[in-house]
Design a protein around this ligand. Structure first.
Ligand code: DQA
Length: 143
């Protein structure tokens, strides 16, 4: 079984951009963390793009190849009806992750289109949020 861990714009700079908000660890560290949580039962495919359409395409691909999706859509969280629509065409569990506590930040970060589809939402746990999200997908897709 495969879990997609999708990351939106600017998350390629994780560890380098605004470390006071997002910390010093990188997306590669997120990948290793997710792999270790998934164990032997599930494989992880961690992907990142700065392009909305690429993320939509990966969600479509997940319809055939993934049992669940963990997604940090970055700023697209707050703007993208297209990502919401794509997730609505996906049948498995979807967990939304934000590294920072978005509700403590600017008002424009308080609304999420993706939350209208997500089965769980995590914010402010740093990279641990990805681990919790992967664990949740494993729980929901194990039989
Ligand atoms: C983020 C929060 C978003 O508001 C922001 O645009 C990001 C990262 C987070 O992980 O905390 O790029 O999704």
């Amino acid at each position: 079984k495969m879990i997609y861990v999708l990351n939106g714009p600017n998350l390629n700079l994780l560890g380098k951009r605004q470390p006071e908000i997002y910390g010093h660890e990188t997306l590669e560290d997120v990948d290793h963390l997710c792999q270790s949580v998934a164990g032997d039962s599930h494989a992880i495919r961690l992907l990142q793009s700065n392009w909305e359409g690429q993320i939509v395409d990966w969600i479509h691909e997940a319809r055939d190849s993934a049992c669940g999706i963990v997604i940090n859509p970055g700023a697209l969280t707050h703007t993208s009806v297209a990502i919401l629509d794509a997730l609505n065409a996906f049948d498995g569990p979807v967990i939304e992750v934000h590294i920072s506590q978005v509700h403590k930040r600017e008002a424009f970060r308080h609304h999420s289109y993706v939350s209208m589809r997500a089965d769980g939402v995590i914010a402010g746990l740093g990279l641990e949020g990805y681990a919790a999200a992967v664990r949740r997908v494993v729980t929901l897709t194990s039989d």
